[in-house]
Design a protein around this ligand. Sequence first.
Ligand SMILES: [Zn+2]
Length: 229
Amino acid sequence: MMVGSHVALGAASWLVVAPHLGQPAVGLVPLGLAVIGALLPDIDHPKSWVGQRARPLSTVCAMLLGHRGITHSLFAVAVCTWLLVEHGFSEATVAPLVVGYLSHLGGDLLTPRGLRLAWPLKGTWALPICRTGSASEPLVVMVALCCAIVATVGLDRVQATVRATGLCRLVPDLPAICQALGGPPSKAQACPPPAAVERQRARVAAPPPARPRPPTRAAGSEPRPATAG
Ligand SMILES: [Zn+2]
């Protein structure tokens, strides 16, 4: 995947995972560490974003290890985690780095080339959904981000935000999406119709105005004669 996709997935992964680890999700330091972790595996590629900035090291890594070798394996995750913990780094530092690193592996796993996750075993693992740099890559990242947002803030708040924007009045296909987000509530609740339609409905539903009824004469009573003057 491209560097932008790894950055987005790294940050999104941390936002989702952090609450489950008892860590602050939103914060410049943990998010930055997650992004760094999400970029680190491509140190084995001299032309990658991180490889260009660590050129001597990335060139050596590429020559000795090859791209998507050990740095893209669970073995690397385990070794890096152990090294960081052994050198006294706190959980607040290690956790976002590891989560970001794993998000990189997850992203690359979606490309046809796949990964040797179980390095040094030779098997390649892949869930080929999109090619690196293809038009479908941003789409896949967007879907992953939407899932991350829903998982982070909850479906109820996402649903309320969609309703509040009123977007479903403007885009014809959005009512179905609103309905899906809204779940049990009716379509009218999920996507309120425009004001003109609402007024027309009110006119149709309103009962006709009551006509004045003629006065009824009580039994046995005579009409009083009109008195002049
Ligand atoms: Zn990679």
